[in-house]
Design a protein around this ligand. Structure first.
Ligand code: ATP
Length: 585
């Protein structure tokens, strides 16, 4: 139960609901337990009438009164049971909601490294299935426990005060029932976890096949994927059947044990009645009702135990994530002004997971409003520089200063709000084009969106779609071309009009003519803003104020277009190659 202590703060938060729920549960049990006592009374009245001890009128009056009591008690008990579920089960839903938000909030705080170390499926499971299991503890398990304890205490007092010997024999099979249900629940849980695993394997496989359907078709490997699916699906079916087998045992087991208890009541109660140890047959009827009333709560002891164990395991998995300290923290609460002077001083950086040293002693500086172009072969560390400016990672050695202040001494929210970032793989959400652009600035007007799209040279493409800016992208919507995606992504960054603009090879999928137009617009738009353009093309770099060339994480060339084009090296080679390519077209 150590891990489940995490939920105590929520129990405390909803204590009023819980206390009311517990009180209602207890009162509801009292009313429901009235019925067996009145059933006994019916027997007693009938016995008296048969023996002529009471007149027919008294018999009818007493019988009517008892029946009214039984109906009244059942009605009140029923209504209270409804409110019991409404309070305690609702609390479990509130806790589920709070816990999901807590986990999601934590996910948002965790740095990129966390996402690299953990698979998406695992993150999803903890926020959905694990929280679901924990809810079972906070709701049904709690409710059934209060229910069972109250019922047990009251029923045992009633039974032992009425006929102790009969009570003892009647209750003997119940612990056995509880143990069997516990074992069955554990087995059911074990097998259903395996079933779940296969279901998620199946859905991951199916999802991947659908996402990669064009590759599958192009390579003609449909039969292979179908066979793989069939194999997975067959294993899944086997696991499901083995689960059903155990589940099928559950109710017969319960019926068998209830039957045994009932037989015991009738046999021992009957013997006692013959021997005169109990005064009325009504006691046997009362006890049969008690036994049936106790069976479900007794079964729930086993069930609740297994729910608590599962919840403990799930909460442990949740706590593992909740306890992780974000690597990148915002330690500065005051606002910091970001103007856009950026300086890298001997920065080195190694990726934790791959141990690849992406940057080695990198130094450069850009003044506010200047444009820096970063060139270099693939894997040379260009994107890493941009990630470090956005403080997605912290450097291992050296320092990054923005406005002459160490980057970790800046308010992280202010820093990120001052950056417009266009990633290498443009990611667009399954939403309208308008909202995808507006994502950069929530209060942007229609005109702002259109202007940003025009500057990113994508407006003409967008208005050709039937729905224009309201065209939905993604799974159920239209698929944009690589170049269109890049340009929507550029529009998203420039609409924000941030102090710092980072373009990560974001013109790679557009033709040189469009690139030229975009760069021209950017020249105008980025006036006064610090801009970094990562590219593989000299054409994107030639107008920059400064150019650096990276090789294996090191800066190997630094200068302007004019200086670099006159010295032998990567930049000159690249420039000449591109000129000869465009001449030959
Ligand atoms: N998220 C990451 N985790 C681990 N290693 C990484 C990660 N991102 C990049 N690397 C490694 O760091 C090195 C530098 O990568 P980076 O993406 O900065 O290069 P790049 O110059 O931007 O390449 P490209 O031009 O292909 O985009 C590469 O060797 C790469 O494999």
């Amino acid at each position: 139960m150590k891990e489940l202590r995490h939920l105590n703060k929520y129990f405390l938060k909803y204590k009023t609901h819980l206390i009311i729920g517990a009180i209602i549960t207890i009162i509801a049990r009292f009313f429901l337990l009235y019925t067996p006592r009145y059933v006994k009374k019916i027997f007693v009245v009938v016995e008296k009438a048969l023996e002529g001890e009471i007149t027919e009128n008294i018999f009818k009056a007493e019988l009517t009164e008892i029946i009214i009591y039984i109906i009244g008690a059942a009605l009140i008990g029923g209504i209270l049971t409804f409110f019991m579920r409404q309070t305690i089960i609702n609390v479990s839903r509130y806790i589920e909601f709070d816990l999901k938000n807590e986990i999601y909030g934590q996910y948002q705080k965790l740095s990129l490294n966390f996402y690299k170390k953990n698979r998406t499926g695992d993150l999803m499971n903890r926020i959905s299935e694990d929280v679901g299991r924990v809810r079972m503890y906070a709701g049904p398990a709690l409710m059934y426990s209060i229910n069972t304890i109250t019922l047990f205490v009251i029923v045992l007092i009633y039974m032992f005060s009425e006929a102790p010997k009969l009570a003892f024999y009647t209750l003997t099979p119940l612990p056995i029932l509880s143990i069997i249900i516990y074992k069955l629940s554990r087995e059911i849980h074990k097998r259903s976890t395996i079933v779940q695993e296969y279901l998620s394997k199946l859905s991951t496989y199916t999802q991947e096949s659908f996402s990669g359907i064009s590759v599958i078709k192009a390579y003609g490997i449909e039969p292979l994927t179908a066979t793989n699916f069939e194999t997975l699906s067959a294993i899944s079916k086997e696991k499901q059947i083995s689960l059903t087998k155990v589940q099928a045992l559950f109710f017969p087991m319960m019926i068998l044990l209830i039957g045994t208890s009932n037989l015991l009541v009738i046999y021992i109660g009957g013997m006692q009645y013959i021997n005169g140890e109990i005064d009325s047959l009504g006691t046997i009827a009362e006890f049969i009702i008690y036994v049936n009333m106790l069976t479900w709560p007794v079964a729930t002891v086993g069930w609740v135990t297994s729910i608590v164990q599962q919840a403990e395991a799930s909460q442990k998995r949740i706590n593992e994530f909740l306890k992780i300290e974000p690597e990148i923290k915002n330690t500065i609460s005051n606002h910091t002004k970001i103007t856009g002077d950026i300086a890298f001083n001997n920065v080195s950086f190694t990726y934790d997971d791959t141990n690849i040293q992406a940057l080695k002693n990198v130094s450069f500086n850009i003044n506010e409003g200047e444009t820096l172009a970063i060139l270099g072969k693939t894997g040379s560390g260009k994107s890493t520089i941009l990630d470090l400016i956005g403080r997605l990672y912290d450097v291992d050695a050296g320092s990054i200063q923005i406005n002459k202040t160490e980057i970790n001494q800046l308010n992280l929210t202010d820093l990120r709000n001052s950056i417009g970032y266009v990633p290498q793989d443009a990611f667009l959400f399954s939403d309208s084009i308008k909202n995808n652009i507006r994502f950069g600035k929530e209060d942007a007007t229609e005109d702002d969106v259109i202007e940003a799209a025009k500057n990113a040279q994508v407006h003409k493409n967008i208005i050709k779609f039937n729905e224009g800016y309201n065209t939905v992208l993604g799974e159920r919507g239209i698929t944009l071309s690589g170049g269109q995606k890049q340009r929507v992504s550029i529009a998203r960054a420039i609409i924000k009009s941030p102090k710092i603009l980072l373009f990560d090879d974001c013109l790679s999928a557009v033709d040189t003519e469009t690139e030229e137009k975009i760069l021209k617009n950017l020249n105008m738009l980025t006036k006064g803003k610090t801009t970094i353009i990562v590219s593989h093309r000299a054409s994107s770099a030639k107008n920059a104020d400064k150019i650096i060339v990276l090789k294996d994480g090191k800066v190997v060339q630094k200068g302007t277009h004019e200086t670099l084009v006159n010295v032998n090296g990567y930049y000159k080679d690249l420039y000449l190659k591109q000129i000869s390519e465009s001449d030959s077209k």
